[in-house]
Design a protein around this ligand. Structure first.
Ligand code: FAD
Length: 561
């Protein structure tokens, strides 16, 4: 630069541009001179033609994509596959968005907590954020708003059953008899049951209406009359299969406990991983986004690539060379990544169009996955304006029959420490879902008004001041619904796609479970699948090479003689 300005008298503001232009021309020259002899080195290639070569390209940086990238790269040093994780948005984390402000509020715009599992603990430990974990007090009950009152769900069974007045005595007896198998009609033959049908058959109508219906609305934003029991609540559905008495849930649960104990014995969690108590909910001090942020940081530190604002545009299967071509729209134009394996963890609705040219059936299956709209609204009110100022629970669910539009309210400041200044209670409200899609047509002011009305009906004193609004986010396509025929119409089609197109995987919360913990588990399981795919690929290419060289030697024998 100094040379340019002295010799040519170029002014300081022109220097940088001129220098960059010259550097670019020199790079082209070097690449051009080398190209015919030895082919372009991949870095020059990517500079000139925006091409990048990696082993695995992970599309989407939500919990599924981030955890997959983590498990592909962690602990293997130089042997780890080279990974590029590409994300359409400007930040990593997908649905997981944690916010804070300078007044001491920390809140979530997507999921609010996770149920700890050994795999979630392992991931937090390996990502270096075990110290950041926070757990909610496991004795905090969820509450249900019923006939004008909040009623806690029992946490200690059977003791709490006597004080628990959300169910009537006939309702409790029906649920108890059903759960033990003393009164539990058999499942219908050749018919997939909805959550509503399954729960009503096992536990009775009252238990369904007052507990399970609000739970399904609050957690899945779904309609239990449409959701498949087998696909949506797989673990509970399986209890029926395990059960040794009339397909009832309690005998099934006893068998499951034995299974869990055996699994733990055979595969004990590493003592270095953080521990947790049953029933605890978890998060991180500064919110759930701590996890994807830490993973992205570690990936970059270890020489892998994390690219934001890279939107997948198209995929091309391997032709002459072995690699898939993955084309992205980026702020720097179109960029092609060549990868031995690709995993799309973007939502089903974002992938259907992209794989349509490859497989119309799989594309149609992806387009069928329904995602209803949900708004998440975080508000704070002074503690003094609450009927129960200490909010002793983790939140309240509002059954649809009770005419409160909010599906459920998480009492964020009761769950985790330091979420707001001590004089406030912080509430995260979810509103909308598949039985209230009109939420997407409301203005933010109208949504806030609905939320405030719900809080006043359930939690606040009549003279409570207006809410302090911290965050309001409308998710137009929030949570994938596992409706009836999810298995044959969607999952089977995706299995067929993957066997037709080796090296291209589709996954995420529409396939292996929507809970945060399911997405972490997907990351671990999928990483194992990809590793064995890559191992087989390199094995078969070694075999191919040695066969080719054998043939060449044999063919050369007469000539050399
Ligand atoms: C409002 C809400 C509340 C929830 N609450 C809870 C909760 O409390 N507890 C719980 O366990 N679970 C909860 N869930 C569910 C859970 O958060 C999600 O299932 C999980 O975070 C999904 O992770 P994912 O990586 O599979 O998908 P996503 O988070 O959707 O990630 C997919 C990523 O792909 C990116 N992408 C899309 N298109 C492209 C493209 N063309 N190119 C590149 N990238 C692309 C997206 O930008 C996104 O970052 C909630 C979900 C929502 C929406």
């Amino acid at each position: 630069k100094r040379y340019l300005s002295k010799v040519f008298g170029i002014s300081s503001d022109m220097r940088s541009t001129t220098f960059l232009t010259l550097a670019f021309l020199v790079q082209i020259g070097v690449a051009w001179i080398h190209a015919p002899q030895q082919g372009l080195h991949s870095r020059q290639k990517s500079f000139l033609f925006a091409e990048i070569n990696v082993d695995v390209c992970v599309i989407g940086s939500g919990i599924s994509g981030s955890c997959l990238a983590h498990y592909l790269t962690h602990d293997d040093g130089d042997k780890a596959p080279r990974v590029l994780m590409a994300e359409a948005r400007a930040q990593v984390g997908g649905n997981v968005i944690s916010r804070k402000n300078d007044q001491g509020f920390i809140w979530e715009e997507g999921p609010n907590s996770f149920q700890p599992t050994p795999t979630v603990m392992r991931t937090a430990y390996e990502a270096g954020i075990a110290d950041e974990l926070v757990f909610a007090n496991p004795t905090l009950p969820p509450w249900v708003f019923w006939e004008g009152k909040l009623k806690p769900l029992p946490k200690n069974l059977p003791g709490d059953l006597f004080n628990f007045d959300l169910l009537t005595w006939p309702g409790k007896i029906r649920a108890g008899l059903g759960a033990c198998g003393l009164f539990c009609p058999p499942p219908p033959e050749d018919k997939e049951e909805t959550i509503e049908e399954f729960v009503t058959r096992h536990l009775g109508r009252e238990c369904f209406e007052r507990i399970i219906d609000p739970f399904v609305s609050g957690v899945y934003a779904g309609d239990p009359a449409k959701l498949s029991m087998r696909s949506s609540l797989r673990k509970i559905f399986r209890l029926q299969t395990l059960s040794f008495f009339n397909g009832a849930l309690v005998p099934g649960a006893l068998i499951r406990f034995q299974e869990i104990a055996k699994e733990k014995e055979q595969n004990p969690p590493d003592p270095k991983w953080p521990t947790y108590k049953p029933g605890e909910l978890g998060s991180f001090r500064e919110g759930l986004q701590t996890l994807p942020n830490a993973i992205a940081h570690n990936l970059k530190q270890n020489g892998h690539r994390v690219e934001t604002e890279w939107k997948l545009k198209s995929l091309m299967p391997p032709s002459q060379h072995n690699d898939w071509s993955v084309i992205f729209d980026t702020p720097n134009g179109s960029i092609t990544v060549f990868a031995k394996a690709i995993v799309c963890t973007a939502p089903a609705h974002a992938i259907g169009n992209i794989i349509k040219p490859l497989d119309n059936d799989a594309a149609t299956a992806l387009d069928k996955v329904y995602y209803p709209p949900v708004a998440s609204v975080t508000v704070a009110y002074p503690k003094s304006s609450f009927k129960m100022p200490d909010l002793p629970g983790f939140g309240n669910l509002n059954p649809r029959s009770q005419n409160i539009r909010t599906l459920g309210t998480i009492w964020s400041s009761s769950l985790f420490p330091n979420r707001c200044p001590p004089e406030y209670n912080l509430l995260l409200n979810y509103i909308g879902g598949s039985r209230d899609v009109a939420i997407a047509d409301l203005t933010p002011e109208q949504i806030l008004q609905q939320v405030d009305t719900g809080c006043r009906a359930t939690l606040l004193k009549p003279d409570a001041p207006p809410p302090k609004l911290l965050g309001l986010k409308l998710w137009p396509k929030a949570i994938p619904q596992y409706e009836l025929r999810h298995q044959p119409d969607i999952l089977d089609k995706l299995d067929q796609f993957e066997s037709k197109f080796p090296g291209c995987y589709l996954g995420g919360n529409y396939r292996t479970g929507v809970a945060f913990g399911d997405c972490v588990q997907f990351g671990l399981d999928q990483a194992n699948t990809i590793r064995s795919y890559l191992d087989n690929l390199s094995l078969s290419s070694t075999v191919q090479q040695s066969t080719t060289s054998d043939v060449t030697e044999n063919e050369m024998v007469p000539t050399s003689r």
